[in-house]
Structure formats: C-alpha cells, structure tokens
Design a binder for this molecule. Structure first.
Ligand code: HEM
Length: 348
C-alpha cells in the first residue's frame, strides 16, 4: 500500500524523488511492525518518526559545544527531543494506556494479549517500572535506529538498479520463482539469493558511513601488537578502506550484483556472505558484540521492498544510466537526495 500510494504504477514514466519518498515508505513499512495499524499510516506519527531523528542529532550537536558540567542544564532548556516524546504520546498514548489497563485488569489471564512489538516494548518498560513517556521514547528510539539507515540503504540500491536496468530481469525471475513456491513469507526472503547479494553489494560500495565500530576506550588498553590506547580515546574501523580493498574483494570498484551469491555457491560458503553476515571484511552493520541487532529485520524489510519494486515497476534514470555520486558530510555518506528515478508500471 505504501508503494502504490507514493509511487503510482502508471503506463507512462513518472519521475520520483526517491530519497524523500523512500524515507516515507520505510517509515510506514517499519512502523507496520513497530506500532501496527492504524498508527503506521498516520501522517503525523510518520512525520514525527522521520523528523525526531533530526531533532536528536541537532540536540546532540548543540550539547557537544558545552562543557560536561553544563550539559544537564542546557539539556533542560533545549527540549526539542522532549517535545517529540510529548507529541509521540498524543499519537501512541491512548493505545498504550488501553493496553496497560488491560494488563492491570486481566494480569496473566489476558488471553488475547497482543504478541507484537508494541506489547514487547510495554512489557519491558513496565518490568522496569517505566512510564508511558519512556515507552514512547523507546518506540522513537527504534525509529531513530531504523528509518534513516534503512531508507539510505534502499535508495543506494535503487540507484544501482536504475543505472543498470539489465539487472531487473534476473531479479524478477528469481523473485517470481521463489514467491510462487513460498508466498510473501520470511522463508521466501531467505531464498532470494541474488536479491540478497544485490543489497549486500550495494551496501559494500556505499554503506551509511566511512567508518564503523565506533568505540570509546573506557580504560587504558594495550592491543596484542603493543599499540596503546589511552582511556577516553575514540576509535573506529575504516569501512570504505575495508570494503574497497582489493585484498578483500576482486575489482572492488566494480558493482558486481552477483558477487556474493556466486561466493555463496562455493563449498561450505552457503551461509557466509549473506546480507546480514558481518565479518572483519564486511562491517557496514558493525561487527562483534555490538553489531547492529536490527539487521535481520532490516534485511527482510528491504528485500521485500526490492522484490516488490522489481515485480511491479520498471525503473531507469532520466538521462543516462549513470548513478549520481554519493554526498559526504564528514564521515556520513548519503545517496544524492535530489536525484530522480523514472518509474512506470511493469510492462512485460
Ligand atoms: C540498513 C539498515 C541499517 C544499517 C546500515 C545499520 C547499521 C548499524 C551500525 C553500523 C551499527 C553500529 C554497530 C557497531 O558499532 O558494531 C548499528 C547499531 C544498532 N542498530 Fe542498526 N542499522 C540498520 C538498521 C537497524 C534497524 C532496522 C534497527 C532496529 C529495528 C537497528 C537497531 C540498531 C541498534 C539498537 C544498534 C545499537 C547496537 C549496540 O550498540 O549494541 N538498526 N546499526
């Protein structure tokens, strides 16, 4: 529904500003799972889920200009993100309150208790004695982690597809065969190997940041090679350098959509090189103890979205088949937010 509302399937080519449209689609699709119907289609709540991230980032930036002792005081007066929580409460508050009332009334005997993410969040918060405000804050926090990362990642992949429309047909054939067998299920997403490889390759070349695994040393650390890292030092791993290193990838500067599905065909390699697999050579989702826990959800969501796109639309760039260059802001990389992709209803 999100796609058909925002990208009409017309027999004429229609230019779409992919970046803002994908933010809206991802916000809606993600919140179908995070908060469910009807809130996942509520214009005001969706705008908040997209904009709250900016508010948090702006507030963090502002606070970083002040010395540590002044931060709580400045934070008290800068209430942009708290305003977001207040607004979020007007949208989510009534549903949360209704569920809290039922929990109080029925306790363990609430047989029709929902088994969804909003309820898991409420259960977690109440077990810690938290208020409705905290539940709203948790939901906004999940949106913070999910929306911009996922919409950037999808836009990057769509730009690759529009620049190389010849990849649409092989993807269609795969999706068609798998969906016929499995329907639109999680099991089907597992079997979409080419599509998985396409997403992983797009993320290898673009990612969301030039660095990954950002950590702060809380105490002095001496590494196994003798390097000394004093307490308080921020350290990162170089994502672009790792992903564009020809010791890690053959012809790393070439977008090879089937690179990883081919690698998975090797003996014993079937489960490695999936979109969600992290390693020292693939760190777009981080790696180790704090690797992105949302990546399994994101991969299913983004694969379903790309499968839906190739099954329902033809896409291409307006002029030439060249992907617009990414934009860099400090360590953050983003797909060109001004680029337009032409969409039309699938013709064959
Ligand atoms: C394509 C989409 C996504 C990308 C590229 C991405 C990327 C990342 C990266 C690079 C990290 C830091 C990992 C590290 O430092 O080792 C991270 C952490 C995290 N992500 Fe994601 N993420 C995505 C989607 C999501 C989604 C959908 C959710 C939630 C539903 C989520 C929740 C989180 C959380 C909670 C953390 C912090 C984990 C921790 O510190 O232990 N992410 N993500």
């Amino acid at each position: 529904m999100a796609f058909s509302d925002l990208i009409p399937a017309s027999s004429d080519w229609i230019p779409i500003s992919v970046f803002p449209v994908m933010q809206k689609i991802v916000a809606r699709v993600s919140n179908r799972v995070f908060v469910g119907l009807p809130m996942c289609r509520h214009e005001g709540f969706l705008n908040l889920s997209i904009m709250h991230t900016m508010a948090v980032v702006r507030t963090r930036k502002l606070l970083s200009w002040f010395p540590e002792p002044l931060k709580p005081m400045v934070g008290f007066f800068v209430n942009e993100s708290r305003r977001g929580v207040r607004l979020g409460k007007t949208f989510l508050g009534p549903t949360i309150q209704e569920r809290l009332d039922k929990m109080r009334e029925f306790g363990d005997d609430w047989l029709s208790k929902p088994d969804d993410m909003l309820q898991w969040t409420i259960d977690l918060a109440t077990s810690k004695g938290k208020s409705i405000d905290s539940i709203v804050q948790y939901i906004l926090l999940i949106n913070f982690a999910a929306i911009h990362t996922s919409s950037n990642t999808f836009t990057h992949a769509l730009y690759h597809l529009a620049a190389n429309p010849e990849y649409i047909q092989p993807l269609r054939e795969e999706v068609d065969a798998v969906i016929k067998e499995e329907g639109w299920t999680k099991a089907a997403m597992q079997k979409l190997r080419k599509l998985d490889s396409f997403m992983r390759e797009s993320q290898r070349m673009n990612g969301i940041s030039g660095v990954s695994l950002m950590r702060k040393a809380l105490k002095d650390v001496t590494m196994s090679d003798g390097s000394f890292i004093p307490a308080g030092t921020m350290i990162v791993a170089p994502a672009v350098a790792t992903h564009m290193d020809d010791e890690n990838y053959t012809n790393p500067e070439v977008f090879d959509p089937w690179r990883f599905s081919n690698m998975r065909d090797g003996d014993g390699e079937g489960t490695k090189h999936q979109f969600v697999s992290t390693s020292v050579d693939y760190i777009t989702f981080g790696h180790g103890k704090h690797a992105c826990p949302g990546r399994f959800f994101a991969a299913n969501e983004l694969k379903a979205m790309l499968a839906h796109t190739v099954m329902n639309y033809d896409v291409k760039f307006e002029k030439e088949s060249v992907r617009p260059p990414n934009l860099w802001f400090a360590i953050t990389v983003s797909p060109d937010p001004r680029a337009k992709v032409l969409f039309r209803k699938r013709q064959d």
